[in-house]
Design a binder for this molecule. Structure first.
Ligand SMILES: [Zn+2]
Length: 340
């Protein structure tokens, strides 16, 4: 399978983040992408660097103010403060009566839901090329390739129209899905990360032309906490075009595959013409952030079920952290979807 990745995606190097009352090493490290890339190359997948498709496909999803902020935040932060500390917000707005301030500290909080998305020297380049990898994946489908794997890192599915969230800055899956609509009217996004794809859902909340299906650990006591509940179905023209299937802590293969079957049935009912898979690998039993226990065999079965839809498919890498089986699960998933 074609694997799309640009070395500049490694330039975002978050050091630590604040979790459960303490600063801990940041799990979203460039080594994730290196492990995935190297393993997939060893398996014979073909590496292609993305072309530069510019900002238009990004701006087809995200607010222009937010994108401009991401582009300039690091230089503005460095102009305001001495040293090279990462730019991390510590003031946030509820949006309801908040307004967008002028200074970089206030804008950091305005454009972030949490403190997990520090902006560092290479952040913009990394997230720009991560998005370009997703766009390149969509372009390859538009050119007739049946399936591609976009090794997006940093990930994207928690990012909103105008804010970062949960390690994510630009919503790569949403950008790829919107780009696919240049040809395909009805696009389904299936999110199989252990965390709800609430950012993607929010982007398309009122858009009935895309199905946003996500299965994940129930958010009542797990990130992203504020969305991803089973009764969220979209609104307005998008009413019925969002689907959330939640899992209990400790869920194993049978429950996880059962949840996936519900999403796949919905994609069939929706009559999707193309598919974006938000491929999180953090349901793995040994993932540092996992609280469910998906096996490598389970990942292979999931891939085969997704392949049974027989749709042009972009796999967009989302979560999956530095556990022992990270690269193995990616390899198993790609080989199963290709062999199906
Ligand atoms: Zn995740």
């Amino acid at each position: 399978m074609r694997l799309i990745f640009d070395e500049r995606q490694l330039l975002h190097r978050p050091d630590s983040y604040f979790r459960q009352g303490a600063f801990v090493p940041h799990p979203e490290q460039p080594e994730r992408a290196i492990l995935l890339r190297d393993r997939l190359l060893r398996d014979g997948h073909l590496l292609t660097a993305p072309r530069d498709h510019g900002l238009a496909p990004v701006l087809a999803v995200h607010d222009a103010d937010y994108v401009a902020f991401l582009q300039t935040a690091w230089s503005r932060w460095c102009a305001k403060f001495e040293g090279d500390r990462p730019a991390v917000p510590n003031y946030h707005t509820s949006r309801r009566r908040g307004r967008r301030p002028e200074g970089v500290v206030g804008q950091l909080g305005y454009h972030a839901t949490d403190t997990s998305c520090p902006i560092t020297a290479g952040t913009w380049e990394a997230i720009y090329w991560s998005a370009q990898s997703a766009i390149e994946g969509a372009e390859r489908l538009l050119a007739g390739e049946p399936r591609v794997y976009s090794l997006c890192r940093p990930p994207g599915h928690h990012a909103y129209l105008d804010s970062s969230s949960g390690f994510c800055f630009l919503n790569n899956a949403a950008i790829a899905a919107r780009h696919l609509q240049r040809r395909y009217v009805r696009v389904a996004i299936l999110d199989i990360d252990t965390h709800a794809g609430q950012g993607t859902q929010d982007v398309f909340w009122e858009d009935g032309s895309l199905l946003c299906g996500s299965m994940h650990l129930h958010p009542a006591d797990y990130p992203p906490y504020f969305a991803g509940y089973d009764d969220e179905v979209g609104a307005g023209p998008g009413d019925g075009a969002s689907m959330n299937v939640t899992l209990s802590r400790g869920a194993e293969d049978s429950a996880i595959l059962g949840a996936l079957d519900k999403l796949i049935a919905e994609a069939r009912r929706f009559e999707a013409e193309a598919l974006v898979v938000s491929l999180g690998l953090d349901m793995a039993a040994d993932d540092p952030l996992a609280e469910v226990a998906f096996s490598s065999e389970g990942f292979a079965k999931a891939a085969m079920r997704i392949a049974s839809l027989a749709l042009p498919t972009v796999l967009v890498q989302e979560g999956g952290y530095l556990g022992p089986s990270l690269a193995e699960n990616a390899a198993v998933f790609l080989s199963a979807i290709e062999g199906a």
